[in-house]
Design a protein around this ligand. Sequence first.
Ligand code: ZN
Length: 497
Amino acid sequence: MELQEALARLSELQRKQYAYNAASSALFLDSVTVAPRDTAEGRGVALGILAGEQHKLFANEEVGKLLDFLAERKEELPLSQRRQAEELKRSYDQLRRIPAEEYMAYTMLTNEASDVWHRAKERSDFSLFQPVLEKLVAFNQKFAGYYDSTKAPYDALLNEYERGTDMAYLDKFFAALRERIVPVIRAIGEKEQPDDSFLHQCYPIEGQKKLSDYLMEVMGLDRAHCGIGETEHPFTLDFNNKDVRITTNYDEHNLSFSMYSVIHEGGHARHALGVSDELQYTCLTGASMGVCESQSRFYENYIGRSLPFVEAVFPKLRELFPEQLKNVTAEQFYRAVNKAQPSLIRTEADELTYPLHIMVRYEIEKQLIGGTLAVKDVPETWNRLYKEYLGVDVPDDRRGCLQDSHWSGGSFGYFPSYALGSAYGAQMLRNMEADMDVWGSVGRGDLSGVTAWLREKVQRYGGLLEPADLVENACGAFDQSVYADYLVEKYSALYGL
Ligand code: ZN
């Protein structure tokens, strides 16, 4: 085989993988946005077959030979193709260890699980979800062995979401963070809280939709390339760097929920749109989960919850909701959307208490996958940890262990990447501040400089660099204390500590 021919086959393989992914994603998007309720069965069949075909396309001898050939000639390959071959080889070796029937059964299970989880959450009844969750945990314990049998199962799963992280690393990361933020949370508990009741007046959905349009415009999201839909749980799906979809969820009595969901998912969209053209239709379009979250949380928190940003968008908020906000100032709005208070729902948590929500999930996953916690005991453990970490009583499963969709999608080991992403983002902010007048432009409602910086330093690379290298390339060696410093400074100033 000639090298040129091998590279052509490498490209063709990835384009076919892209096509299967695009088809599965379109079915998924349909299922959570517009598909009628009782239509999951047929889609499950289609998804199962697509997954099977994708497995056949990839996990065969020919591909193995191609990847071995490229591995031998890797010194001659340009960086992008070398990384593609490396990543594919890694997935290939993993996938070859997963029997096709198990892979297909798992895909069908996650499709079913999403449905069951929705129903269980609606009825706030964990027992409905329990049997499916048991199967999902068992699959993941088994798959962890296929991924890397030299690692503890949960370490193998963590490594899938953020290469290089494991329990030893995260135990330290979370302990150090907790040590810095828990005293601040306690001190805030003694202080008077800002009034945020105005956020919970009636905000008609029509007005909120206009706000979404406006926020997407401020973020420079071209609607010809980025659509918005509505789902129970907001998310972003990117087909390629010219076709990205975000979703949100409107609550008439909670203005900030959708507002910040749109900015968060818009951040994911910016990331996907920022990946360079050369990486399209390859396996390198996506970065690690932590790096992805660093981008979404950058826009949501570091920019979106800053005073200059709130001041910049406040006139529009006033225009859309003149009655509701007539006696509110930008400063009061800023304080309200940064109110720090231990609460029940992760996606509604403030920046300061947010990492504690992650720590609860991390502890539970660690024990579930490690086999020291039975699935039936999840609600009890969840409620106990919420009391211990956040001091709140969980009234029901809907607002407890059934609140997130991740486990129903088979994602165990994903949650820590939210906290890591925030920590990466804090360091990016410090570096960005050294390079440009961030707050001057954000205060004018101009995010183009912020986006250009992130695109240049982070987004365009997609998965070309490993997460640790990408962070180091953008900001120097990763230093988690920057994140803790940021939180302590911000909330000390907000609450006059
Ligand atoms: Zn996200």
